[in-house]
Design a protein around this ligand. Structure first.
Ligand SMILES: *[C@@H]1O[C@H](CO)[C@@H](O)[C@H](O)[C@H]1NC(C)=O
Length: 263
């Protein structure tokens, strides 16, 4: 539960936003830039992007809603997250200022490292490969994020929790080398590698800024800014009111549209 102090903090800071002079351009995130076809069905998955800050209560709420959405329409979705922070060359560790402090920057990096870890080269395993074609690839890192969130808003950023969560979702903490030269980046090795950590966070923050995303959480569905969760409320919703059902319906609709056979 959110304590009195935290409530005051949220009210004073007007939720988790950063002012920005960049005008918003909702269609930067285009589906046709991403190869999302599944080998089995040639189906195009609906891109869903969440703009977040890892210690923001609105982001945790939004991620809980999307966990319910994904439990219904997960196979139709290609999920991605992008982090909101301010680029600041005076920041010694990551070169960005995070709204909720250094712990949030660390949380963002741990999540980006979990994503990277699922994408790094793995050993040849035909069974796993054929499964990957049917299964969206975000499931493992999404489980890592929901595992962190289960510890409360300040859990993302805590190393012991990140380590436990990596283990519980089956991601390595230290690098794994396989015979034949393949290797897998460990979540912890990534987190502790200053160059990788800084680069991952900066790239994500730059992309967020280029898309004009300033509020955590901002939801994009198939390239369109669909809803913002801010100050404990859904705002600017294009379809419905931000319920699980509304998002499920929209994803079904977009999936039909994306996969309509051209005449
Ligand atoms: C940039 O980082 C420095 C060092 O942490 C900090 O004192 C300053 O407030 C930051 N500036 C902004 C605009 O966030």
């Amino acid at each position: 539960m959110v304590g009195k102090l935290a409530v005051t903090f949220i009210v004073l800071l007007q939720a988790c936003g950063f002012s920005s002079s960049v005008s918003s351009s909702p269609n930067l995130f285009k589906n046709d830039q991403m190869p999302l076809t599944s080998a089995a069905s040639e189906e195009i998955r609906v891109p869903v992007l969440l703009g977040v800050m890892s210690n923001c209560p609105d982001a945790l709420y939004c991620e809980r809603v999307f966990n319910d959405v994904l439990s219904q329409v997960g196979p139709l979705v290609e999920l991605d997250v992008t982090y909101i922070a301010r680029v600041n060359a005076s920041e010694p560790t990551y070169g960005v200022t995070c709204r909720h402090g250094e712990n949030e920057c660390r949380g963002n990096v741990q999540q980006l490292c979990a994503i990277r870890s699922t994408r790094s080269s793995s050993p040849l395993n035909l069974q796993a490969m054929s499964r990957e074609y049917d299964e969206p690839s975000w499931r493992t890192w999404w489980s890592f994020i929901t595992c962190q969130n289960a510890g409360g808003r300040y859990a993302p950023g805590k190393e012991d929790i990140a380590k436990q969560c990596a283990r519980s979702v089956g991601l390595p903490w230290v690098d794994v080398e396989y015979p034949g030269g393949a290797s897998k980046l460990g979540v912890g090795s990534c987190f502790h590698n200053e160059v990788i950590a800084r680069t991952l966070l900066l790239q994500s923050v730059e992309r967020t800024r280029a898309m004009g995303i300033t509020n955590s959480c901002t939801v994009f569905i198939n390239g369109v800014k669909t809803c913002i969760r801010d100050d404990d409320k859904w705002k600017d919703c294009k379809a419905g009111k931000g319920s699980v059902d509304d998002f499920v319906k929209l994803i079904h609709k977009e999936h039909k549209r994306l996969n309509r056979k051209s005449p």
